[in-house]
Design a binder for this molecule. Structure first.
Ligand code: G6P
Length: 613
């Protein structure tokens, strides 16, 4: 949600910033802008994609070796040229880019207006630039650094900030509270960014800022301190991300690349963690808390979006395989309803980005109340992964497409491994069963590969027939109910078709009224133990002339017979089924969105990582 990049070195700052903003564009693409220092503050910004900004900069080049840039997902103020970042102070000497929300900006703005300041935009960010300037220009003998710190003391809300001042033309100031920021240490050059993607091609040495910290960055040095001015020595981390992982590698979209990466990402997620011959699992990140998990009265899982759907799969998994009661919560609801959670409980948060504000807030709330907090994250070094007591990384590699695909399957694999391990430790699963589960789990990557190879063409054709359907219904049972939700979400997100996911039997209590000969109904009929019931549900749809698209196991003649279209997938153990059934649904939504001419990787109004509540 909004991307920040900054550069100081010997390269053209605008070139580095534009390249960086393109890599960050998945975080927000309502508008983009840069400020570059070259004797004075030069700024170029506007509504729309980074490519618009790039065109403007080609015509009106801004030269300089120090600059900051921003790509925006609008919160305050509509996305237009004036509301784009960077925001300048009244004198034009101070430039600010900001991720997050300043909650008390109306009060601060009112005070600043009373002091005679004039504002250009409707944003909360402009208030920061103006406030810093007000403090800097009206206080005697004050350094710019101190003016920033005093301003931050007055600000209520969240921020990741990069600030330039034309009076201190050799440095970038950055500060963080609730919105990620890191700095990249190059060879006689420095980078700042809201995530590692814009800097990975230049350096793999990074320092993550924590909440309440700021840094002063020059070409060859950086000083990190708290906003109370206590100096800090920070660990320098080595980035594991490679440049290939954040490029399209010949695919037309990141989403398609990421769908096709799943045989590998699922295998990477299991790598080194399973021993199918012995029937054992080793999850190093939670090894020390396994006893606690064994004793836990219940597990509460909190997440948002697609991660919430994998949490629902987790509920079925933990309850079936480990007999541990589970409650799944929307992270946004959990925090604000005075949750009954405390010692003896476990909160498991799931987040691809590790930065989702609501999930982070749920984590902090549960921690405050004494629960053990575990995490499943994809991004190493992310805030959630650093604030949880213990956790498991999904190792799916960077996910750039806004619609989540490979993160979902990797999260489900982690949940399977956790549930199996817990079931084994609780004495519910014996060695023989563990071996059976693990042997099958290790076959999943090749089964995904099979689906991708054998169904891609059929799904493309099918997508052609349903491209202009106004509505879709997705039905699933048991482990595949969350997949029905996920299939519907994917279609909504990228093709803007209204779609709903339902537990198949629940259809009778409402959605059945919508079914007629225009309604495509995707049924996920690939769980053995609910097959008969599913067949009845399909018949109910068919009786109302709904158009049935089924995702079914190879050997299911009855479902095939009842379906107008079917996609056959290999069979697996029921509880692993979501790892296979979700693949055709991802492809279906992808091809429909492409046919409709939608921007698949950057759907309207969405952002990859939602760092505001
Ligand atoms: C946004 C993204 C979704 C994602 C959700 C949760 O809404 O567009 O794709 O599932 O956030 O993100 P997280 O990073 O916490 O999994």
């Amino acid at each position: 949600m909004c991307g920040i990049v900054g550069y100081i070195g010997e390269r053209s700052a605008s070139d580095v910033l534009i390249k960086g903003l393109k890599r960050l564009e998945y975080r927000g693409y309502d508008s983009a802008g840069v400020a570059v220092m070259n004797g004075k503050m030069l700024c170029s910004k506007g509504k729309g994609k980074v490519s618009n900004l790039e065109k403007t900069l080609k015509k009106n080049k801004i030269e300089g070796f120090l600059g900051i840039g921003h790509t925006r997902w609008a919160t305050h103020g509509e996305p237009n040229d004036v509301n784009s970042h960077p925001h300048l102070s009244e004198s034009g000497k101070i430039a600010v880019v900001h991720n997050g929300i300043i909650e008390n900006y109306t009060t601060l703005k009112k005070n600043l207006i009373e002091r005679g300041r004039t504002f250009q935009s409707q944003t909360d960010t402009e208030v920061i630039a103006q406030l810093i300037e007000e403090i800097y220009t009206t206080s005697a003998d004050i350094t710019f650094d101190r003016a920033i710190r005093l301003a931050l003391k007055q600000i209520v809300g969240t921020y990741g900030l990069a600030i330039l001042n034309s009076e201190t033309p050799d440095r970038i100031f950055i500060a963080r509270k609730g919105s990620p920021l890191l700095l990249g240490i190059g060879d006689n050059e420095m980078f700042v960014a809201s995530d590692a993607s814009p800097i990975v091609e230049y350096t793999n040495k990074v320092v993550y800022l924590d909440d309440g910290e700021m840094a002063i960055v020059t070409q060859d040095s950086y000083r990190v301190k708290t906003i109370d001015d206590f100096p800090l020595t920070k660990e320098v981390h080595e980035l594991a991300m490679s440049l290939d992982a954040i490029e399209k590698a010949g695919y037309p979209h990141f989403m398609l690349k990421e769908i096709f990466e799943q045989p590998r990402s699922v295998a990477d997620c299991m790598r080194g963690r399973l021993n199918h011959e012995e029937g054992t699992i080793l999850l190093g990140g939670i090894e020390d808390v396994m006893d606690h998990l064994v004793k836990a009265r219940r597990i509460v899982i909190a997440a948002c979006g697609t991660s919430w759907h994998s949490a629902l799969v987790g509920e079925y998994l933990f309850e079936q395989l480990a007999k541990t009661p589970v409650e799944v919560e929307y992270a946004s609801e959990f925090r604000y309803r005075d949750p009954l959670i405390g010692e003896g409980d476990v909160l498991l948060v799931i987040s691809q980005s590790g930065e989702t504000a609501d999930t982070l807030a749920a984590l902090r709330e549960a921690k405050k109340r004494g629960a053990l907090v575990l995490g499943i994250c994809n991004v190493v070094g992310s805030t959630i992964s650093r604030e949880t007591d213990a956790g498991v990384f999904t190792h799916a590699g960077p996910e750039i497409g806004v619609a989540s695909t490979k993160a979902f399957t990797a999260q489900v694999v982690v949940l399977i491994m956790m549930a199996l391990e817990l079931g084994e430790r609780k004495g519910i699963l014996g060695q023989k069963e563990m071996k059976r589960y693990l042997t099958e789990l290790m076959r999943i990557p090749s089964k995904i590969e099979y689906i991708l190879e054998h169904s891609d063409e059929a799904i493309q054709k099918m997508a052609g027939l349903f491209t202009y359907a106004p509505n879709f219904l997705y039905l699933g049972r048991s482990f595949n109910f969350p997949v029905a939700l996920e299939g519907a979400l994917k279609l909504k997100e990228i093709s803007y078709i209204h779609a709903e996911g339902y537990p198949a039997a629940e259809m009778k209590h409402g959605p059945i009224a919508l079914i007629d000969e225009m309604m495509p109904v995707v049924v996920i009929a690939a769980t053995d133990h609910t097959n008969d019931k599913m067949i009845s549900n399909i018949q109910e749809v068919k009786a109302r002339k709904g158009r049935i698209i089924s995702i079914m196991n190879d050997d299911n003649p009855e479902v095939k017979e009842l379906s107008e279209f079917h996609i056959s997938i290999p069979s697996t153990i029921d509880c692993f089924s979501p790892l296979l059934t979700v693949i055709p649904l991802q492809l279906l939504s992808y091809y429909i969105a492409v046919n409709r001419g939608c921007n698949v990787d950057q759907p309207r109004n969405l952002a990859k990582s939602v760092t505001v509540e």
